[in-house]
Write a protein that binds this ligand. Structure first.
Ligand code: CA2
Length: 170
């Protein structure tokens, strides 16, 4: 059975496609869900795509994912900039997390430049619209395939006696 990645979408993302297309594009959330399904299939993984306007529901879903999902992709919407609860849940999940934003949060209002979620994220993708979800899925698929990359390289380094001349070690 393929590994399943939880793709979470926060408040107001259900409105996509209806307003502010100059910022968020013309695609609806259903279009993005379909894109994620197709992308996941091509990567040999599965997606569980969800949206909620409730912080509590999102926290509950992250907690449930801990034992049933292989990774999390999250566009927390405005909760990105406010929610320590979501940050704590993501950190506690110990799963690989990739944060996505449709818009470039660094080209917008000052308050959007800070993300609590980023502290729990292995990577952050913003400003590329729905393509960000595709890229995040590819990144999570790799992280799932090589979950202990850091450990493996640490082991390799630890087992090396002396580094080759002129070669850098970390
Ligand atoms: O760029 C993103 O993906 C955001 O996460 C979207 C959030 C915003 O609060 C973040 O700063 C950046 C807002 C989602 C609301 O989307 C709407 C879509 C259409 C109409 C109104 C809101």
């Amino acid at each position: 059975m393929p590994s399943t990645v939880l793709v979470l979408n926060g408040p107001n993302l259900n409105l996509l496609g209806s307003r502010e297309p100059e910022i968020y594009g013309h695609e609806t959330l259903s279009d993005i869900a379909a894109l994620c399904e197709r992308t996941a299939e091509s990567l040999g993984i599965a997606v569980d795509f969800r949206q909620s306007n409730s912080e509590a529901e999102l926290v509950n879903w992250v907690q449930e994912a801990r034992t049933s999902r292989a990774g999390i992709i999250i566009n927390a919407g405005a909760l990105t900039h406010t929610s320590v609860a979501l940050l704590d849940a993501l950190t506690a999940s110990s799963l690989p997390v990739v944060e996505v934003h449709l818009s470039n949060i660094f080209r917008r209002e000052e308050f959007r430049r800070h993300s609590y979620i980023s502290l729990a994220a292995r990577g952050v993708i913003c400003g590329l619209g729905s393509q960000g979800y595709e890229l995040a899925l590819a990144a999570v698929a790799r992280l799932i395939a090589k979950p202990s990359k850091r450990t493996a390289s640490t082991q390799k380094t630890a087992s090396k006696k002396t580094p080759a001349k002129g070669k850098r070690t970390r």
